[in-house]
Write a protein that binds this ligand. Structure first.
Ligand code: ADE
Ligand code: ZN
Length: 333
């Protein structure tokens, strides 16, 4: 077998975990149409081709506008269940054995959808995944950073009765102009309530935002973090602390963070011994689920099998599984 075919097979067959996945970002165009019809919601597209041609983004905000529009078709618990179950079937296909998913309650509550409808639909699908397919998961609730901290406190209060289902809180949406420090009090309260914390930082935003996420929000992982290489001190900090970066290669290309995959800095990040992981972010919008991200970035950057293996092991190490579960999976890789 040629070396490359061997790596492709290795990526497909190896058990993997995903740590950066927005469940709303798994809404495929055909599913969007199905739900629009079922719920009698109008969407600004005539057919699937029109949806796909609208997926031409020039930065994060241009994507978010379309993404929040798409989410409007999600109304009932059943919709959130179906959305999550469809993603789980993708996990099965890709050999993803554990996934830690984000959801954005404010996107739905601001449209009058009850918090419980959202979390219960997602949770029921994830429970079924564990019972029927042995795919385990954790749920992370994200605050929308373009909204104010007050709105975040309201969502946090709704989440308290679901502590058994939600392991942590995160921070997503429009990064530039919405630094982590805007949410320092909210994250402090979330930690006091027992939630772990993560945050999107350094996707488009400067290294300073990564420092703030570490120092002020006390995060366990940085989501994206690819701007870190602009700051040598930060690289040293990330290397010493081994704070994981949940890198999303196809997302970074679709949102023009890098011009092309060959110019992505993942290999440099790996070579600097940072705790890098590969993830799919919003796969229905960015052109592929976890295997596709690994396959394309491996090919574009000519990653060795050893580097791919490191990335996969890093994801288990960086997950919120317990040590025994982590070691069990890592021993199988
Ligand atoms: N919400 C969904 N995807 C996102 C991303 N890549 N960055 C920030 N917020 C998001
Ligand atoms: Zn994201």
């Amino acid at each position: 077998m040629s070396e490359n075919i061997e790596i492709i097979e290795y990526i497909k067959k190896t058990p993997k975990t995903e740590l950066h996945l927005h469940i709303e970002g798994t809404l495929e165009p055909d599913h969007m149409f199905k739900l629009a019809k079922r719920n009698n919601v109008s969407i600004p597209f005539k057919n699937i081709e029109e949806v796909k041609s609208a997926y031409n983004f020039h930065n994060l905000d241009s994507f978010l506008n379309i993404y929040y529009q798409g989410s409007k078709v999600l109304i009932n618990e059943e919709d959130f269940f179906d959305l999550t179950w469809d993603y789980i079937l993708k996990c099965k296909k890709d050999n993803v054995v554990h996934t830690e998913i984000f959801f954005d309650p404010q996107t739905h509550m601001d449209r009058g959808i009850d918090f419980d409808v959202v979390i219960n639909g997602i949770y029921k699908a994830l429970s079924k995944a564990e019972n029927e397919l042995n795919i385990t998961s954790k749920i992370i609730m994200c605050f929308l950073r373009h909204l104010d901290e007050e709105s975040g406190f309201k969502v946090l209060s709704k989440a308290l009765k679901h502590k058994d289902k939600i392991i942590g809180v995160g921070l997503d949406s429009s990064e530039l102009g919405n630094p982590p420090k805007k949410f320092e009090k909210l994250f402090k309260k979330a930690i006091e309530e027992g939630f772990l914390t993560v945050a999107h930082a350094g996707e488009e935003g400067p290294p300073e935002y990564i420092w703030e996420a570490i120092n002020l929000l006390k995060i366990k992982r940085i989501d994206h973090g690819v701007q870190c290489l602009k700051d040598e001190k930060l690289v040293k900090k990330l290397k010493e602390s081994q704070i994981p970066l949940t890198v999303c290669p196809l997302s970074n290309i679709k949102l023009c963070v890098f011009d092309k995959l060959e110019e992505h800095n993942l290999k440099k990040i790996i070579n600097k011994d940072l705790m890098a992981t590969v993830n799919s972010d919003d796969p229905a919008y960015f052109g592929g689920y976890l295997n596709e991200n690994l396959l394309q970035v491996q090919s574009a950057l000519n990653l060795s099998k050893k580097e791919v293996k490191t990335l996969i092991i890093n994801s288990f190490k960086s997950s919120f599984l317990n040590e025994k579960e982590k070691n069990n999976w890592i021993s199988k890789i």
